[in-house]
Unconditional design. Structure first.
Ligand code: AMP
Length: 298
């Protein structure tokens, strides 16, 4: 496993691997690696025969007052995790000056529309920070495939749109959300939770599960508000949970839906504060898929 910290060395490595006919995968991360990241690496190993994991806490995607300084950093621990996992060719861990020599980006990549719902209005500028850094990482690591988690569902949809619309020639592979034994989605931010908050945090997964059941069980058109109501009821079971948004939107356009009809692909999503810690969870569901699955079994 090679450690690379400069843009130039990364591009040379990628060019050489491409010239040797290898298929390259990139797994972009901000480090503090957990089982979710490991699942992405395992997928990358299936997709390609040259795997780069980038570790970069990207200042451009944090808003003022967000947790940039507090964000957990543990490069040594991350390198151990990746060594143990095996099959990683390169760890690309550039310092911020290498990625942003002028201090802050002066060239941005932005996707419109998809950023106006869910997390977008609550984290102004966040997604343009993400699309900009992923563009830079793609240009430096030159992957054939980029591997991302569906846990960050909105980010996933935005990145797919970016790569398609701007003809990046990079495939976007999605990995289902990995969870702790009690259902809580793995996240580097779970480290911020107090013991009491941690005990109540699985309520997000319960709300997602409730939404999944209702949507997958759709046999006739139903108001999305009914699903949102059930999600909110599930969250209300945790006294420390303060929902920021709870929504059902179209899976591709991320626009709010009023009704859910069998066959429709939707995303049930939420952001919830526990104290200062903001957690998200969500699920892509095809309405009526449960009914279809049962028909198949009959
Ligand atoms: P981060 O380090 O939080 O920027 O995440 C890096 C990548 O890991 C992103 O593509 C995330 O969507 C993905 N990821 C984070 N948590 C999970 C999880 N619990 N399951 C699957 N993927 C995840």
């Amino acid at each position: 496993m090679k450690m690379i910290q400069t843009a130039e060395a990364m591009q040379s490595e990628a060019d050489e691997a491409r010239r040797a006919g290898r298929r390259l995968a990139l797994v972009p991360t901000m480090g503090a690696l957990h089982d979710g990241h490991c699942a992405l690496v395992r997928r990358a190993k299936k997709e390609a025969d040259h795997v780069t994991v980038s570790i970069f806490v990207n200042p451009a995607q944090f808003g003022p007052g967000e947790d940039l300084d507090a964000y957990p950093r543990d490069l040594d621990g991350d390198l151990d995790t990746l060594e143990t996992l095996g099959g990683v060719d390169v760890v690309f861990a550039p310092p911020a000056e290498e990625m942003y020599p002028l201090g802050a980006p002066q060239a941005w990549v932005e996707v419109e529309g998809l950023v106006d719902t869910l997390n977008g209005p609550h984290r102004p500028g966040h997604f343009r920070g993400v699309t900009t850094v992923v563009t830079k990482l793609f240009h430096l690591c030159r992957p054939h495939v980029g591997v991302f988690g569906e846990k960050d569902a909105q980010q996933f949809v935005i990145l797919r749109r970016m790569t398609e619309e701007l003809h990046f020639g990079v495939e976007i592979a999605g990995v289902p959300t990995q969870r702790e034994a009690d259902g809580l989605a793995c996240s580097s931010r779970n480290e911020y939770l107090s013991q009491e908050e941690r005990a109540q945090a699985p309520v997000l997964a319960e709300a997602v599960c409730a939404a999944h059941g209702l949507i997958a069980g759709t046999t006739e058109e139903q108001p999305a508000e009914a699903v949102v109501g059930q999600m909110r009821d599930a969250l209300a079971e945790a006294p420390l949970a303060e929902p920021q948004y709870v929504a059902v939107v179209g899976a591709r356009d991320l626009q709010p839906v009023e009704t859910i009809a069998p066959g429709q692909d939707v995303l049930a999503a939420m952001a919830v504060f526990f104290g200062d810690t903001r957690l998200i969870d969500n699920a892509f569901v095809t309405a009526g898929s449960q009914e279809e699955a049962e028909k198949g079994e009959r």
